[in-house]
Design a protein. Structure first.
Length: 292
């Protein structure tokens, strides 16, 4: 395997890693705000892809309109999710919360299977992304450029909202010290709803942009939740930037493992590395190195 092949693998890893970074950032936002591990995260990724497919294929809506609608639907569903599902369980033990959220994930996944079918559905390519092009010996899929561009846009906008706006500062204050934030007049319940709105918008976006690669639908909720959790833990679930880097690193590790060793052992090797990191450095690889 030559340098071009390695570079091709790295490009693929960055593309998939960007999707994982979106999910990992959403996972971090919810955990930072509520200290809840959202094990229904992957179900929103599933719904994002299926709803985008429905809007594009069956309603013939414009791609950019669909992109906007998916973000809005994810935001609104985040508020609904917090109110109906999270508030009744947020004072229960972490173990019971995880079981409840896994049950919610299974309900969403099986309901989606009843509506759209059990098999993954092909997703139309994004505008202008049908024919690949080459740069030297590298073959570039325009679809990858779409994914990377939309991923980076989503990550940058989210980071700006979290760090430069009043609502983002309120959310971070509530995450750092809920009691002090409440004394300063911050409505904690609203910040929780905002956290879920942002996180589930990112998950719905991830579902839309990953569908041309993996297809839409199928039984992907739990695998996607595991990817979000792994990426966030790998970088450091306590930090937003660390979680993003963890997602990108996970994608690169997966691509290198599949390309250099075997796709059959990809999941086993990644999970083994995750266990090693949890044992040696449970705070994540980047959390102590990056000032949030």
């Amino acid at each position: 395997m030559n340098a071009t092949d390695i570079l091709q693998i790295l490009i693929s890893g960055l593309t998939v890693g960007g999707i994982y970074a979106l999910m990992a950032l959403g996972f971090h936002i919810i955990y930072a705000a509520t200290k809840i591990l959202n094990f229904a995260h992957g179900a929103i990724v599933l719904l994002g892809g299926l709803l985008a497919l429905t809007l594009i294929e069956y309603l013939n809506l414009n791609f950019f309109l669909v992109l906007t609608l998916i973000l809005i639907i994810g935001w609104l569903f985040g508020f609904f999710f917090n109110k109906v599902i999270i508030e009744p369980i947020k004072y229960l033990s972490h173990g019971i919360q995880i079981i409840c959220l896994l049950a919610v994930s299974m309900v969403i996944e099986n309901t989606a299977a009843l509506i759209w079918g059990k098999e993954p559905l092909p997703f139309p390519p994004f505008p202008g992304s049908v024919h690949p092009f080459s740069i030297g010996n590298l073959i570039i899929q325009p679809q990858f450029l779409w994914i990377i561009s939309l991923t980076l846009l989503g990550l940058v906008v989210t980071q700006l909202v979290l760090k430069k706006t009043l609502i983002g500062k309120a959310l971070r204050a509530a995450a750092n010290n809920a009691t002090a934030a409440r004394l300063m007049g911050i409505d904690i319940r609203k910040t929780y709803s905002v956290a879920f709105g942002i996180a589930l918008s990112l998950s719905a976006l991830a579902g839309m942009i990953t569908s041309p690669i993996t297809f839409a639908g199928g039984y992907m909720a739990i695998p996607m939740t595991i990817k979000a959790f792994t990426g966030s833990i790998l970088g450091g679930i306590a930090g937003s930037t660390a979680s993003i880097l963890g997602g990108f690193l996970l994608g690169i590790m997966e691509a290198l493992t599949a390309g250099l060793i075997s796709t059959e052992y990809k999941e086993a090797i990644i999970m083994s590395l995750l266990l090693l990191i949890l044992l040696v450095r449970p705070q994540g690889l980047f959390c102590n190195k990056i000032q949030e």
